[in-house]
Design a protein around this ligand. Structure first.
Ligand SMILES: [Zn+2]
Length: 291
């Protein structure tokens, strides 16, 4: 399942490839599961729009769209015209296309248009002749459109300040691991990077957030930043694997120190890594390095 660094990598790859291009037309498959907005609304919102930017918000990919050419202030100077435009909702000049990859979703840019893969749910034909496709075998991914200002909630983990981090997590009665996964606090930190951050910070996943000292929390803050940035740096070199049509390789992986290493020796002290289930999710930790 793509986590924040993977989504960041994919968003950057898409931004590099399709920003400046325009969406001529849209085909949407008959499966309704991946659609969070009605198919017709997605199609009318996307068609005829220029892609201004692709970025990540939490674990979502956000396409900023504009009708081109952009209407200048004089053409919509009158209030009535503005209201008219607003009534049209997401089909007006600016809009956002939000893609959540779920477990198995992929965004692919095909150049030239290649054979349509199984489980393709959306094809956007681009003015350049290429196609942008959304493929998702398990259909936990989600597609939606918004007028603007999409807000997935929570604070961006790479933008949160140290004091804000301490305020968010300090005093909480839940296990720190659960708090890290709570998307209303930080958005985009998933199971793998939560385990890896806790290992680096020397904190057991089950520790109650309230029991952590300010110094513990500061260490955790730095670990979260470090782990996510390292993973993004790793992904930066392999962007093409994820958005090019022939890229079938798995996601790049940060060398996991604890995640998925149950029973294997800790890379620091050789103690076997433990796994516990916490809130329905596996948590991995070193019983000696983490307190
Ligand atoms: Zn250890």
């Amino acid at each position: 399942m793509p986590e924040l660094p993977e989504v960041e990598t994919i968003a950057r790859g898409l931004d590099k490839r399709v920003t400046g291009d325009a969406i001529d037309s849209v085909w949407i498959g008959s499966r309704r599961q991946p659609l969070k907005s009605p198919a017709a609304e997605i199609a009318t919102t996307l068609a005829g729009k220029r892609i201004v930017r692709v970025q990540r918000a939490g674990k979502h990919i956000v396409f900023d769209l504009e009708r081109g050419p952009v209407p200048n202030s004089q053409t919509i100077a009158k209030k009535s015209a503005l209201r008219k435009a607003a009534d049209k909702g997401p089909t007006l000049a600016k809009a956002q296309w939000i893609v959540h990859l779920g477990m198995t979703g992929r965004m692919v840019v095909t150049d030239p248009p290649a054979e349509v893969a199984k489980h393709t749910h959306l094809i956007a034909k681009l003015a350049s002749g290429r196609e942008l496709r959304f493929i998702d075998p398990r259909m936990f991914g989600k597609l939606s459109v918004h007028a603007s200002g999409f807000d997935p909630g929570g604070v961006e983990p790479l933008e949160v300040g140290e004091e804000q981090f301490l305020t968010l997590f300090g005093g909480r009665k839940t296990p720190i691991k659960s708090a890290l996964l709570n998307q209303k606090l930080l958005r985009g930190v998933g199971n793998i990077y939560a385990d890896e951050s806790l290992f680096r910070a020397g904190i057991r996943p089950r520790r109650r957030a309230a029991s952590l000292t300010r110094e513990n929390l500061r260490r955790l803050y730095r670990s979260v930043q470090e782990v996510l940035r390292e993973a993004i740096a790793l992904g930066g070199s392999s962007i093409s694997d994820y958005v090019d049509a022939d890229g079938e390789e798995g996601f790049f992986q940060l060398q996991h120190r604890v995640y998925g290493r149950e029973g294997e020796p800790c890379l620091v002290c050789r103690t076997p890594v433990k796994r516990v289930v916490l809130g329905g999710r596996s948590s991995h930790y070193c019983p000696k390095c983490q307190k």
